[in-house]
Write a new protein. Structure first.
Ligand code: NAD
Length: 495
């Protein structure tokens, strides 16, 4: 059994708190190692290292910073399989899913390679007589990045490339459940030429997080995780004067209109509901079947669910892996009884799917005739349970989505351009897919939901990421009239 240590100042640092958390291989159920959990004192020491490194890093020319990012990109491409293997071993998702996660993270590195362009300020000459104004964006200082278990590589890469390219130093506090990918990323950044101390990984639980939230030298906090924790992070961080973006949970709907391509919609529902065992903040967890599409759609989904191969993520035949822990698997499974007790129809019960061994597996489940007052509809289940809600009209579907407390992602399946256009305007959700099951925006855009899916006013990565990790400064300059200057210009002064 290995112990994962912190990574501070460019090298592994053993924990001193005496506290650790277990790491499992979710496909076998075996404990494979443990990770050190930082004390407040260890956080303070890591922040001090980051403060010193940041002072030098902010003066490194943009061209050099971009070169480091280009080298990071090359290393992530080269070591992509290694990253995917670590993700699958600790998270459980299939290797192809893990490789997809690395690829989406790579996009964010590529975006940050354009930092010399992204940091260009503005200039307005002659705003008054002899007066010019220009603006520049400067780094925030030391940034804390706190990430969830479900994308152990991609979510850190939503944050690190922009934060570092903008001249900040980072304390990354990954999920204690699968911290291996973050350590590999730290090693990759170091080998790519990032000075030691600019990127530090400190493991921990709420003790570490709560110290980061009040530490006077942490200037900004990027958080992704569940809604109650996101709210806590936002409220505590901002109360201590920090800039905070805190992305929370989700309950994503997929509306299917009667004119939709049924096969396309059913394929999309299955891949988006059960991919990564439903442990995605952009998973479809509710299909809203409008009008008479309900019965054929439920049947089309059922046929596909029956064929879904559940097994270890390392097995290329597996299409869905285990859940992250036994406790989470049992919690997700408990919703199947809750749904049935409340009157939902169990079309497929994932508990009947068995995989040999002690892995944290639960098969895909499908519940029909779910209503908005049921727990299975109201709670973020975060597992392979898809609920179908029936709606008589498009308007009814739209109204229930807009009434939901979450507003992360949504999708509409239709062939009707007018309906699609109305939907994209009227739906109160941050990220919308038309015939695309819950799209994660490409890196040139930014990622963020509305309402309880995001606290703060800044979305993640893309241009909003660059703004979040920098402070704007405006300089107003008055130039003396050249006629009054005593400097010899070497040519006749203008009249
Ligand atoms: P989580 O909220 O339990 O943990 C996220 C991070 O917060 C971890 O690093 C954890 O150590 C820390 N943490 C946990 N409890 C804490 C507490 N009480 N005080 C301070 N810090 C605490 O989330 P998770 O289970 O790791 O991830 C799944 C959740 O993340 C889901 O709700 C999912 O929807 C959400 N998520 C959202 C997005 C998004 O973009 N909106 C993306 C990925 C995941």
């Amino acid at each position: 059994m290995s112990t994962l240590q912190h990574f501070v100042g460019g090298r592994p640092l053993p924990g001193t708190s005496g506290r650790t958390a277990p790491i499992y291989n979710p496909a076998t159920g075996h404990r494979t190692g443990e990770v050190d959990l930082a004390s407040p004192e260890e956080i303070d020491a890591a922040v001090a290292v980051a403060v010193a490194a940041q002072r030098a890093w902010q003066d490194v020319p943009l061209a050099r910073r971009a070169q480091v990012l280009f080298s990071v990109r090359e290393a992530v491409v080269r070591r992509g399989d290694e990253l995917a293997a670590v993700i699958t071993a600790q998270h459980g998702k299939t290797l192809s899913d893990a490789a997809g996660e690395v690829q989406r993270g790579l996009e964010c590195i590529e975006f940050a390679c354009g930092i010399p362009d992204l940091l260009k300020g503005e200039f307005a000459p002659q705003v008054a007589s002899g007066v010019d104004v220009h603006s520049l964006r400067q780094p925030m200082g030391v940034v804390a990045c706190i990430t969830p278990f479900n994308f152990p590589c991609m979510v850190p890469l939503w944050m690190l490339p922009n934060a570092i390219a903008c001249g900040n130093a980072v304390i990354l506090k990954p999920s204690e459940r699968d911290p291996g990918a973050s350590l590999l990323l730290a090693e990759i950044f170091l080998e790519a030429g990032l000075p030691p101390g600019v990127l530090n990984v400190v493991h921990g639980d709420q003790v570490a997080v709560n110290r980061l939230l009040v530490h006077p030298d942490i200037a900004a906090v990027s958080f992704v995780g569940s809604t109650p924790v996101a709210k806590h992070i936002y409220e505590t961080g901002t109360a201590h004067g920090k800039r905070v973006q805190a992305l929370g949970g989700a309950k994503n709907h997929m509306v299917v209109l009667p004119d939709a391509d049924l096969n396309l919609a059913a394929d999309a529902a299955v891949s988006a509901a059960y991919g990564s065992a439903g442990e995605r903040c952009m998973a479809v967890s509710v299909v809203v079947a409008v009008g008479d599409v309900g019965d054929p759609l439920v049947e089309a989904i059922r046929l596909r669910v029956d064929k879904l191969v559940v097994g270890p993520g390392e097995d290329p035949a597996s299409e869905m892996g285990p859940l992250i822990t036994a406790e989470h698997r049992d919690r997700v499974a408990s919703y199947l009884d809750k749904g049935a007790d409340a009157g939902a129809i169990t079309v497929v019960d994932g508990r009947t799917t068995t995989v040999a061994g002690d892995g944290f597996f639960l098969g895909a489940s499908l519940l029909d005739r779910v209503t908005t007052d049921m727990d299975v509809y109201r709670d973020e289940i975060f597992g392979p349970v898809l609920c179908v809600v029936r709606a008589d009209t498009y308007n009814e579907a739209l109204a229930l989505i807009n009434a939901n407390p979450y507003g992360n992602g949504v999708a509409l399946f239709t062939r009707d351009g007018g309906a699609a256009r109305h939907f994209e305007q009227a739906v109160e959700v941050g990220m919308v897919g038309i015939n695309v099951p819950i799209p994660v925006p490409v890196a040139a855009f930014s990622f963020g939901g509305w309402r309880d899916s995001l606290f703060g006013d800044s979305h993640m990565y893309g241009a909003e990421g660059v703004r979040f990790y920098t402070r704007n400064k405006v300089i107003t300059t008055r130039w003396p009239d050249p006629a009054t200057s005593r400097v010899d210009l070497g040519f006749p002064r203008p009249d």
